[in-house]
Design a protein. Structure first.
Length: 362
């Protein structure tokens, strides 16, 4: 039986899409092009680590990436997928390609905190990809059980904090954190975070090899993507061939008094401390100029905070000396990329001109 594609509440057959009988929507236009055999596609990077740019990719590259994931997760024509990410960008596009290549039935919804609100409970879903804020919204809703009933769930777009990892660990569904970018055509490595198979490291997909450059950054060789290696700005620890842990971005490293500090390492330590203090505001660690130290470790928080002085002193006691923030800044709203990622550099730039709350530890 021919698979179907459901956009919100309207169902289409592949024949409908081929004949152009569908409402205007980016996801359906892509599916139509794919079904007609289009061979080249333009992708746009998210802009989270630099200016957004366009990439021209070939159909066979997208197919190869989709086949790797489908085979690894055991996805087939018997599966039903849910696409609830922006299909103008690689994460959403690859969900469409995986579904079309496997012959899966496909639900498409506009990006929302809890996409399950658009899917009747009578409709089962086996596979989806989410960003962390969607995961948190689902876990705090009556649809929590639906997430656990799925076959496979991918989580990407931003790092997954320790509290969410802990909450997902007992789940029976195969839930994975992903590592990838537009240049790698979505993920090239997965980390199981649920069930007894949960892992502390990322495992690259079959056929992909990795190494480190002189900076300690990840280098990826993926023959299906391009012949040349992809050199990243991601600092990692290699555990074994094909296995690594992610430390952070080299372009966010803070140089304070000659000591190089990785912000993402501090953020992982801060997350449970802030949550224990009843603070669920978004935050990140950045470096701000200091005439004596060069840069100081700075905690940047979105929204208002009460008792900022006490919070900073509490953190100072809990964290190692060189990792404890010496400055706390608040801003009403973080600057974001088009895909909803925090733009750290532009946020700190904006802080220079916005009313803010500076708090220093002694």
């Amino acid at each position: 039986m021919e698979p179907w594609i459901m956009l919100e509440t309207t169902r289409y057959s592949l024949s409908d899409l081929k004949s152009g009988k569908f409402d205007p929507h980016p996801a359906l236009f892509f599916c139509c092009d794919w079904l007609h055999g289009r061979t080249e596609f333009k992708l746009q990077t998210s802009g989270s680590t630099g200016p957004p740019k366009e990439l021209l990719v070939h159909r066979n590259q997208l197919q190869a990436s989709a086949h790797l994931t489908n085979a690894y997760l055991g996805l087939t024509a018997k599966s039903t997928s849910l696409v609830c990410l922006d299909t103008r960008y690689i994460a959403g596009i690859m969900m469409l390609v995986r579904s079309l290549e496997a012959g899966m039935n496909l639900h498409i919804t506009e990006p929302a905190a809890n996409p399950f609100t658009k899917i009747p409970r009578s409709e089962s879903v086996d596979f989806t990809a989410l960003v962390p804020y969607q995961v948190e919204a689902i876990l705090n809703s009556s649809d929590r059980d639906r997430l656990n009933q799925m076959q496979s769930v991918l989580i990407g777009g931003a790092s997954l904090n320790q509290s969410l990892r802990k909450e997902l660990q007992p789940f029976q569904a195969a839930i994975f954190a992903t590592y990838g970018m537009t240049e790698t055509l979505s993920h090239i490595a997965l980390q199981r975070i649920s069930g007894p198979q949960a892992s502390d490291f990322f495992q690259v997909l079959p056929g992909i090899s990795i190494s480190l450059d002189a900076r300690g950054c990840l280098v990826i060789h993926a023959p299906h993507i391009q012949e040349a290696d992809i050199v990243t700005n991601d600092l990692v620890n290699l555990i074994a061939p094909g296995q690594f842990t992610w430390l952070g971005r080299i372009d966010t490293v803070i140089n304070s008094a000659g000591i190089k500090i990785i912000p993402e390492t501090i953020e992982a330590l801060l997350d449970p401390l802030l949550r224990d203090a009843g603070i669920d505001n978004r935050f990140f660690i950045g470096g701000t100029p200091d005439p004596k130290l060069g840069e100081v470790v700075t905690l940047v928080v979105e929204g208002q905070l009460k008792n900022a002085d006490e919070l900073l002193q509490h953190i100072k006691v809990k964290l190692p000396r060189h990792q404890a923030p010496r400055l706390l800044l608040t801003i009403s709203h973080f600057v974001e990329t088009e895909t909803g990622k925090i733009n750290r550099g532009k946020t700190i730039e904006l802080l220079k001109g916005e009313v803010k709350t500076p708090t220093r530890s002694s």
